[in-house]
Ligand binder design. Structure first.
Ligand SMILES: C[S@@+](CC[C@H](N)C(=O)[O-])C[C@H]1O[C@@H](n2cnc3c(N)ncnc32)[C@H](O)[C@@H]1O
Length: 321
């Protein structure tokens, strides 16, 4: 256990150390000059949600797709093409320009290289669907954060009007369109980090791996590319496996990757000498995490390994979100 688990901790440590250094430098400056600290950090925290929402809204209104196809365009043209008011569109475009997502010139607005790489809905490294998942699911949940903290429960009923017992069936997989959006979101988010994850450790000693809840295989294909002697099985729900073919890349590494449908809480896990859990454990309450890890532990033979990686979650009981 614990190979990939170290990654978020290291990142967390790095971020905490960086902010501690900045904070102690600033504190030293205020103390030396006998002045009150400026409220900059607090104001940034207060305004942070506006930045996210501007990005979500521009993605939702397909501003980056439009400018990818036809940019540069004027405010009036963009407003007409996305079916929005000229005044409101102007504010949104200027916000995106201020955030480094759009360039504003006399010829109009166009995507910056950052937006071109990550925000077009059909880009190779697209995070567009990942943004939309945050707009449609995370945003409503976080609006009820105070209830989640008070009650210690997932706020599915208040946020989405669902029971919150099976988030996948109730929300992400309730129809094929939503399912593909979720799969695209996972694919994009995992693909941008897959190479770093695959090469963070030397896995050349393993010959077989099973990526539990491995979705489209974004990490599996990268592992296969990096380790030609490794066979990777993706084990995920049947409705995911049936559409995983939509995400199959070209290249010789594809022969090393196979897909097995199943439920990791109920069905027999495929045999492997390395088990991978990428962005899985944060989805479940402690009793389910315990159940899953116990099942993996029973499947492991001596000398085999289970690894967990989380690309962003470091909180202690994220299941309430
Ligand atoms: C947050 S996604 C992570 C996907 C992928 N591991 C990644 O890093 O991009 C969680 C995945 O777990 C799968 N999953 C959820 N419940 C499952 C279950 N009971 N058995 C197998 N897979 C499951 C979902 O279908 C989804 O693909």
């Amino acid at each position: 256990m614990g190979l990939f688990r170290a990654i978020p901790k290291l990142l967390h440590k790095h971020v905490v150390m960086a902010s501690e250094t900045r904070e102690s430098r600033e504190r030293h400056r205020w103390q030396t000059h006998g002045a009150e600290p400026p409220p900059t950090a607090i104001v940034e925290l207060i305004d942070g949600f506006k930045v996210s929402k501007a990005l979500f809204t521009a993605c939702k209104m397909k501003v980056f797709d439009l400018l990818g196809d036809e940019g540069p365009l004027s405010t009036a043209d963009i407003a007409r093409k996305i079916g929005a008011s000229e005044g409101g569109t102007g504010y949104l475009l200027d916000a995106c320009a201020g955030l480094g997502l759009l360039d504003k010139t006399e010829g109009g607005y166009s995507n910056t290289p950052l937006a071109t790489l990550y925000l077009l809905s059909d880009g190779e490294y697209s995070l567009h669907s990942f943004v939309m998942i945050h707009e449609e699911f995370s945003w409503p949940f976080f609006s009820y954060l105070d209830f989640a903290v008070r009650e210690g429960t997932i706020q599915a009923q208040r946020a989405l009007g669902t029971a919150g017992e099976d988030h996948y069936q109730e929300s992400f997989y309730k129809n094929r369109e939503k399912k593909l959006q979720f799969m695209r979101a996972m694919h994009g988010h995992t693909k941008v980090a897959a190479r770093q994850v695959a090469t963070a450790f030397d896995l050349s000693g393993f010959t077989s791996a099973c990526d539990l809840g491995g979705s489209t295989g974004a990490l599996a294909y990268e592992l296969a590319r990096q380790y030609p002697g490794l066979k990777v099985t993706i084990f995920d729900l049947p409705e995911v496996i049936e559409d995983a073919v939509c995400f199959k890349p070209h290249g010789p590494q594809t022969v090393q990757v196979s897909f097995v449908p199943g439920d990791f809480f109920r069905d027999t896990l495929p045999e492997a000498d390395l088990y991978i859990l990428s962005k899985i454990l944060h989805n479940w309450p402690d009793d389910k995490v315990h159940q899953l890890l116990s099942r993996i532990s029973r499947s492991c033979k001596p000398g085999e390994t289970a690894s967990s990686t989380s690309f962003s979650d470091t909180h202690e009981d994220p299941s309430i979100f």
